[in-house]
Design a protein around this ligand. Structure first.
Ligand code: SAM
Ligand code: DTB
Ligand code: SF4
Length: 324
């Protein structure tokens, strides 16, 4: 496994003929995974909108006028019911998200209870709650959390054009706390925000230089939400998105690369090319956090056409014993 990828080297991968790039990605993919298996994660926004941060892509920032209604923290019973539905539909991981800069006080305690309840249902649990300190990371681990999602979003240079209220180093600090607490990391970014190819290479280099690599790497295509500053940004060429997936696969060969936000606007053929390029995880269910996702029925039809199987759940009881 390599952890020394340079931005130049990754830029060279971007410049390969498409067929050569996809062939290399398939070879890496097949060396580490069953190429016909895709992991399914279902998202739930447990605290929607009203976020103090200024991420220019995000409908949940209180700074932008979007159609989104802010909501209070969900009740534990509602979260359990949603997790049960996700499990019944075949998802192996349930991921709860909150529009916070960081978790605080009583709300954090309630999230810990939600995580314990999800773990009691024998599902993998993931959360994305903003920045964490070392103590919060340890408490999430103690509650049974398997994965923490915290994205780098872009390379350090382009990042400054997208977010001013939280630094790149703040993000790296949170990721260090997650790792030190013994949780798996889900970390990726967004493309299609008007960044250059060099910036995309810089994002992949940041992720691929993490040692160990993030276990999950979500590659999001920007969902352009009216009212956000990025609402009118020029669309990214679909092949450039597929190349980004392929390069994530080549540079982080044993990680799950997730074809994440933006699937609703992608053709079946484009999604199939993403799977061919090495994507082996998706968000599954009608909604992402606040925007629409491709319907589960359509996913089932697409999987059938492509002969793809959902990845079976890990044996959670053995995992719990490891965590104990
Ligand atoms: N508030 C927490 C934080 O940002 O750390 C957690 C939730 S936040 C919504 C999780 C991630 O969703 C962001 O880091 C970003 O990568 C992704 N995201 C948000 N809005 C998006 C959009 N319009 N298109 C694609 N991805 C988006
Ligand atoms: C990730 O990388 N993408 C997900 C999840 N991690 C939390 C979120 C996508 C959000 C898309 C916009 C929305 O639905 O609000
Ligand atoms: Fe807040 Fe997260 Fe949205 Fe940024 S991405 S505005 S931190 S909810």
């Amino acid at each position: 496994m390599r952890y020394d990828w340079s931005v130049d080297e990754i830029t060279e991968l971007f410049a390969l003929p498409f067929n050569d790039l996809i062939y290399r990605a398939q070879q890496c993919h097949r060396a580490h995974f069953d190429a016909n298996e895709v992991q399914l994660s279902t998202l739930l926004s447990i605290k929607t909108g009203g976020c103090p941060e200024d991420c220019k892509y995000c409908p949940q920032s209180s700074r932008y006028q979007t159609d989104l209604e802010s909501e209070l923290l969900m009740k534990k019973d509602e979260v359990i019911a949603a997790a049960q539905r996700a499990k019944a539909n075949g998802a192996s991981r349930f991921c709860i998200g909150a529009a916070w800069r960081e978790p605080k006080g009583r709300a954090f305690e309630m999230v810990l209870e939600m995580i314990r309840a999800i773990k009691d249902m024998d599902m993998e649990a993931c959360a994305t709650l903003g920045m964490l300190d070392a103590d919060q990371a340890a408490r999430l681990k103690d509650a049974g959390l398997d994965y923490y999602n915290h994205n780098l979003d872009s390379d350090p240079e382009f990042y400054r054009e997208i977010i001013s209220t939280r630094s790149y180093d703040d993000r790296l600090d949170t990721l260090r706390h997650v790792r030190a607490a013994g949780m798996s990391i889900c970390c990726g970014g967004i493309v299609g925000m008007g960044e250059s190819r060099r910036h995309r290479a810089g994002l992949i280099a940041q992720l691929a230089r993490m040692q160990p690599h993030p276990e999950s790497v979500p590659i999001n295509m920007l969902v352009k939400v009216p009212g956000t500053p990025l609402q009118d940004v020029e669309a990214l060429d679909p092949f450039e998105f597929i190349r980004t997936i392929a390069i994530a696969r080549i540079t982080m060969p044993a990680s799950h690369v997730r074809l994440s936000a933006g699937r609703e606007a992608m053709s079946e053929e484009m999604q199939a090319l993403c799977f061919l390029a090495g994507a082996n995880s998706i968000f599954y269910g009608e909604k992402l956090l606040t925007t629409d996702n491709q319907a589960a029925d359509q996913d089932r039809i697409l999987f059938e056409k492509l002969g793809i199987r959902p990845q079976q759940q890990h044996t959670p009881s053995s995992r719990r014993m490891v965590n104990a």
